[in-house]
Design a protein around this ligand. Structure first.
Ligand code: HEM
Length: 451
């Protein structure tokens, strides 16, 4: 097939200059859904003269994220976040990103995750024991607290326990400001002394003070505490052994892991509980597997997670239907051909996990919650690689994917063994698709003994 120029790609009718701005009133997810439905696997649109393409074919995603990834950068979306995250793994680009990834990767090796898994199980046990039958809780809030406790303990060990409340409150302020950070003028706007900006500044100060104090204590005692902070302090550049991470770099990475490492997993778990509450037979089957592997008391280890295929299938299926990161974007550094499409330099390419993971071509009965599909090896093998990509792919794939899989299975196992959750009647359920995909009104549930 002949090469297709940008102009020949189908797109919506647009208003001069502002482009598709008004079509986005229903939110970006609704807009992208409509684009895919009307234009197919490649759709073109503009916003304030900036060119965008939405690709919805896994083969095209594969090219952007893997084989032609050198022609792209992550782009502007995370620019605002640099104010908080510095030039860390999530936001750095090119050679600097490669260097950081090499330094941090050892903190996510299997042997390390085994240690973190014990922390996850212990935190899940504490949470489970703190619940009461009949209580009404917001599982979205609760899962955020729990995964924050997990990431705090795996990053900094038990030393932050006393300050965990302050850290959580500061991080919440920062996360709530994330949407504003995506606005073009935010860098200037944040200096205006408005209450919300002052709150943000105070939150950042609290976090910085805590992190720098912990770094100083650790440098002084020099021991390996088995946590992520110890790994970051010990990280050495293979090409230059003297080139360790500086305090500022460690602070930036720690803050990044704090932020990237809990809200996503919390959303994945919240959505899983939501689905299990609607499908009691699935919940019962998962519980039977957990009981058979762990019995009534034993806490799961990392090795146990491989013995819980159905529990993992439930978690996979929940992340298919509700991908916590529902869209990724890349900006073209040069004119580049993707499939049959010519993507002009500076165009932003959008790829949505949500849309592709709901596509009937790769997922028969795509809207159904059906964990068994993950146990069908033939169907798995027949599917294109990027029909499922909750953790992205290629050089920028989530560094915490293995951590998150372990955390999902462990938290589900420990909690589901004891409790199940019943939706509070009449509680509204709506998607809130911002940087992550959350339940807009939280997830109010009643705690019940698991039979
Ligand atoms: C279910 C949970 C999680 C999901 C769905 C998720 C998803 C993602 C995705 C899609 C990306 C790539 C974004 C892009 O390509 O633009 C990413 C990157 C990243 N994630 Fe995760 N993540 C999860 C958990 C975690 C955890 C537990 C950590 C750390 C403890 C973490 C740390 C990071 C970091 C540092 C990056 C940037 C990697 C790089 O650019 O080299 N994530 N994540």
């Amino acid at each position: 097939m002949a090469v297709r120029t940008y102009e020949s790609i189908p797109g919506p009718r647009e208003v001069p200059f502002v482009g598709s701005v008004f079509r986005r009133f229903g939110g970006p997810l609704q807009f992208f859904r409509e684009l895919k439905a009307t234009c197919g696997d490649a759709a073109r649109f503009t916003l304030f003269r900036e060119k965008f393409i939405l690709f919805s074919d896994p083969a095209l995603v594969d090219e952007v994220l893997i084989s032609k990834n050198k022609s792209f950068r992550k782009g502007r979306a995370l620019e605002g976040a640099r104010v908080f995250l510095g030039n860390s793994l999530l936001v750095s680009e090119g050679d600097e990103h490669t260097r950081q990834r090499r330094l941090i990767q050892p903190a996510f090796h299997k042997a390390r995750i085994a240690g973190y898994a014990d922390v996850m199980a212990e935190r899940a046990r504490q949470w489970t024991e703190a619940q009461r039958a009949g209580a009404e809780i917001d599982l979205a809030v609760e899962m955020n607290r729990l995964t924050l406790a997990v990431v705090a303990a795996t990053l900094f060990g038990s030393e932050v326990d006393r300050e965990a409340g302050d850290i959580a409150a500061s991080l919440t302020v920062i996360i709530e400001s994330f949407n504003q950070m995506l606005l073009p003028l935010w860098r200037y706007w944040r200096h205006v002394p408005l209450p919300q900006n002052l709150r943000l500044l105070a939150a950042q100060r609290t976090l910085d003070q805590t992190i720098y104090r912990l770094i100083a204590q650790r440098r002084a005692d020099g021991r390996d505490h088995g946590d992520l902070l110890s790994m970051l302090l010990a990280a050495e550049d293979a090409e230059d052994a003297k080139k360790r991470l500086t305090d500022v770099e460690i602070r930036d990475q720690a803050m990044t892991l704090f932020l990237a490492g809990h809200e996503t997993t919390a959303n994945a778990l919240a959505w899983t509980w939501h689905l299990l509450a609607q499908h009691d037979a699935v919940r019962a089957k998962m519980k039977a597997e957990i009981d058979a592997v762990l019995g009534p008391e034993r806490l799961p280890t990392l090795d146990d997670t491989a013995r819980l295929p159905y529990t993992n299938a439930v978690f996979s299926e929940a992340m298919r239907l509700y991908p916590p990161v529902w869209v990724v974007g890349r900006r073209a550094l040069e004119d580049v051909r993707i499939g049959d499409y010519l993507v002009p330099r500076r165009t932003i390419v959008i790829m949505s996990q949500y849309l592709i993971q709901h596509d009937e071509r790769w997922w028969p009965h795509a809207m159904d919650f059906h964990p068994e599909r993950w146990l069908d090896e033939a169907a798995q093998a027949a599917r294109p690689k990027f029909a499922y990509f909750p953790f992205g792919g290629g050089a920028r794939k989530c560094i915490g994917d293995y951590f998150a899989w372990a955390e999902g299975a462990i938290l589900l196992a420990v909690i589901a063994r004891r409790w199940k959750f019943e939706p509070v009647p009449g509680h509204p359920l709506e998607l809130n698709a911002t940087v992550t995909l959350r339940p807009k009104h939280g997830l109010k549930m009643i705690v019940r003994e698991s039979p």
